[in-house]
Design a protein around this ligand. Structure first.
Ligand SMILES: *Cc1c(COP(=O)(O)O)cnc(C)c1O
Length: 227
């Protein structure tokens, strides 16, 4: 199977799940998570029509963005971000998905170049309340979101989650449903958020069923990662 074949299969599944759960497929964006995959694989995906790519490691994203600067890729940074690494990411990414510290958001806001559009932000929520996971606790999200919303170079778009691993569809759906409810609560408070970044190769159906607007798919497109 080539990357092109895999993209086609995922695109078909995405359409099928959208239909099955009465969603519009055009409301669900496919983010190709290319971490630890080669420049060649990314080019192959791009040539098959994929524009949005997600990376987890700052240096890897910077290297790839440089080597692929001839392509019109939209880069989404989906990994944890340290404060000494914000500046370069602020200059190259369109989206940051895993914001859970005000200090990091503030630096991105201050460092976003003036000639670029606002940086799109998702707040990472620790929706399953796992001790080991990053993310804001659900009960703290509204306060956190209010602070982000005051940052003029950031565009708060919504929430991102990586729930506790479950193999059963019904259990997977529960965590995503909670996330969707939290987004609705924020919007009732006056926010205008349109993004639920949720669903990976193993739980894409559950995420689409519960309203995902960005699914982050790596393995199903590029195969297993090294290491
Ligand atoms: C690696 C990663 C993905 C993609 O996971 P797959 O299971 O390979 O589809 C999605 N989101 C985040 C935050 C990741 O780190």
């Amino acid at each position: 199977m080539t990357v092109r074949d895999n993209l086609q299969i995922i695109g078909t599944k995405l359409d099928q799940f959208a239909r099955q759960y009465q969603r519009s497929a055009s409301d669900i964006q496919l983010l190709a998570v290319s971490k630890r995959h080669s420049i060649t694989a990314i080019r192959e995906a791009y040539e098959a029509g994929q524009i949005l790519f997600g990376e987890n490691y700052v240096q890897e994203l910077l290297d790839k963005a440089e080597q692929l600067s001839d392509l019109n890729i939209k880069w989404h940074f989906i990994g944890p971000l340290q404060s000494n690494k914000t500046k370069k990411i602020a200059a190259i990414a369109d989206w940051i998905h895993a914001i859970d510290r005000i200090k990091i958001a503030q630096r991105l806001n201050d460092q976003r170049p003036d000639d670029l559009l606002r940086l799109n932000i998702c707040i990472q929520v620790n929706i399953s309340k796992e001790a080991s996971k990053s993310g804001i606790l659900p009960e703290d999200v509204i306060t956190f979101a209010k602070e982000i919303a005051n940052m003029p170079k950031l565009n708060l778009r919504g929430l991102m989650v990586i729930p506790a691993a479950e193999s059963d569809l019904a259990k997977q759906r529960k965590a995503f449903a909670k996330t969707a409810k939290l987004l609705a609560e924020l919007n009732q408070q006056g926010f205008k958020l349109d993004t639920l970044s949720m669903g990976m190769s193993g739980d894409m159906e559950a995420a689409i069923a519960e309203g995902a607007t960005i699914v982050r798919i790596g393995t199903a497109i590029f195969g297993k990662r090294e290491g």
